[in-house]
Design a binder for this molecule. Structure first.
Ligand code: SAH
Length: 257
């Protein structure tokens, strides 16, 4: 019996992978069960003798049932294979890593979790948004924008009053609905807001504006999943559009604030 490694692949760019993850992929993995979000550059680091199975789970598309993934991991580990479950971002942040570790424990299989950089923090950073900043906010709330499929709708009206930066995963397809609920909950429509799609990847794009105009900007720019939405004063610190604000300008703006 061997153990299963639940590895976080980070937000996208291969060089944002942890050293521990890269080493396990390159030296130990025999079977890799990879999520859709994991980029080809990262899969290229897997040792050539290993088998890579895509067990994608992307909103709106056909996905591998979670139970099947659980059974497969247990069966392969029992056969003595070194199994890597490779997940986008961090395995324990909206990654069903908790459920997978429970399923492995129920099957008598040891699990080791290798954390990854979560998209909700690394993707805003890629466009100059610090999710916390002493001058603007005392905290950050990571929340899912998806309801249904066993997910409970977040309490948007409580979140509107939280006083923290809101970082919303899996919310871009429902941005109109989410914004309406936050405004109804008392969040001022002119609160800065941004959305970033395919962060840290070559196709990275983002928009920034206010809470009220975010849905129109997202649809005008055609931003689709995977995307992160950031709401709060820190979102105003984003570069106006990708690449047109050099790090020195950004630093000057942050210093002046
Ligand atoms: N475990 C992952 C999150 C999985 S949920 C993590 O810790 O990052 C999938 C959601 O993550 C996507 O719908 C999107 O909201 C976000 N996401 C993942 N990668 C992203 C990327 N490169 N750019 C923008 N958002 C991303």
């Amino acid at each position: 019996m061997s153990k299963v490694y639940l590895i976080g692949a980070g937000p996208g760019a291969a060089d944002l992978l942890t050293l521990r993850a890269a080493k396990l992929l390159a030296e130990k993995a025999e079977i890799v069960l990879a999520d859709d979000l994991v980029s080809a550059d990262i899969l290229a680091l897997v040792r050539p003798e290993a088998r890579v199975l895509k067990v994608g789970k992307r909103g709106g598309r056909l996905s591998t049932p979670q139970d099947f993934i659980h059974r497969l991991m247990v069966r392969l580990a029992r056969r003595g294979k070194c199994v890597v479950r490779l997940k986008g971002g961090d395995p324990y942040v909206f990654g069903r890593g908790g459920e997978e570790v429970e399923a492995l424990a129920a099957g008598g299989v040891e699990a080791e979790v290798v954390p990854g950089l979560t998209a909700g923090i690394a993707v805003p950073a890629a466009v100059g948004i610090p999710v916390t900043h002493r001058a603007y906010t005392q905290g950050v709330t990571l929340v899912t924008g998806t309801s249904g499929d066993g997910c409970v709708e977040p309490n948007w009206s409580a979140l509107a009053k939280s006083g923290t930066t809101l970082v919303i995963y899996m919310g871009v397809a429902r941005v109109l609905n989410i914004v309406a609920r936050l405004i109804a909950g008392g969040l001022p429509p002119d609160t800065p807001a941004a959305a970033i799609a395919s962060g840290t990847l070559p196709g990275q794009r983002h928009v920034k504006g206010t809470l009220a105009d975010l849905p129109a900007r997202v649809s005008a720019e055609g931003l689709t999943s995977p995307a992160i939405i950031v709401i709060g004063q820190v979102a105003a610190l984003a570069a106006a559009s990708t690449g047109d604000l050099c790090p020195q300008d950004l630093a000057a703006r942050i210093c002046a604030a």
